[in-house]
Design a protein around this ligand. Structure first.
Ligand SMILES: *Cc1c(COP(=O)(O)O)cnc(C)c1O
Length: 217
């Protein structure tokens, strides 16, 4: 077990009331999650379905599990009964599958659309044009998906020391967030290396792992 209490407290106390910290616990042991839980933390983020299922089964039921990884359609059914928020939704077919599994579980599943903001090609997500089509076009498919609720957007900036580049990418995402939908309420951006910049640029949900739990193996 290895959590940095001091860093955790520092991050939490830097947040305002409407800003949420998702503690990214992927690859970290159950004991570390328990330690943070005992400090009162409830929002945890995981990237891998199998790992999330094992942790969900072993840990208290009032944890809000955020799925922040790349989700394959054929795995949605496993997390649909309990997942609190799916951050990385990046295709229409995934939206349809989440809606289908939400209906089966008799619930509405909250989702964020992942936006491709970084320079790197490796990051998943919609571009601005696709998002506009998806959300603003008359008779778009979202209207028919009554069992999902699109709460906002998620993005990852370039993995770079160039602060100006990172800031400009977050700015772009915030502008898109404002432009696309006034009923959005969640803008998920910022990780260990760039959460301060993300908060300055309007993030209200940060996903922080290694600063709290230490480096991943
Ligand atoms: C792993 C991960 C994080 C946390 O990364 P850290 O740099 O450890 O804070 C945040 N968001 C996503 C999507 C991740 O995959």
């Amino acid at each position: 077990m290895n959590i940095n209490k001091k860093k955790y407290t520092e991050i939490v106390s830097s947040l305002s009331k409407n800003q949420v910290l998702v503690a990214v616990s992927k690859v970290q042991p159950i004991e570390s999650i328990k330690a943070l839980y005992q400090l009162g933390h409830r929002d945890f983020g995981e990237n891998y379905v199998q790992e999330l299922l094992a942790k969900e089964a072993a840990l208290p039921k009032d944890i809000r599990w955020h799925f922040i990884g790349h989700l394959q359609s054929n795995k949605v059914k496993y997390i649909a009964p309990f997942v609190h928020l799916i951050h990385g939704v990046d295709s229409e077919s995934l939206l349809k599958e989440i809606n289908k599994q939400a209906i089966k579980n008799n619930r509405v599943i909250d989702c964020l659309l992942q936006v491709h903001i970084a320079m790197e090609d490796t990051k998943f997500g919609f571009d601005e044009n696709e998002l506009t089509q998806l959300l603003l076009k008359p008779n778009n498919i979202i209207q028919d998906l009554k069992s999902i609720h699109i709460k906002g957007l998620m993005g990852m900036a370039s993995f770079s020391d160039d602060v100006n580049l990172v800031r400009s990418e977050f700015k772009k995402l915030k502008e898109l967030y404002n432009k696309l939908n006034t009923s959005f309420s969640i803008l998920s951006m910022g990780m260990s290396g760039d959460y301060k910049i993300a908060l300055e640029e309007g993030s209200n949900m940060i996903r922080v792992g290694s600063l709290i739990f230490g480096a991943r193996q």
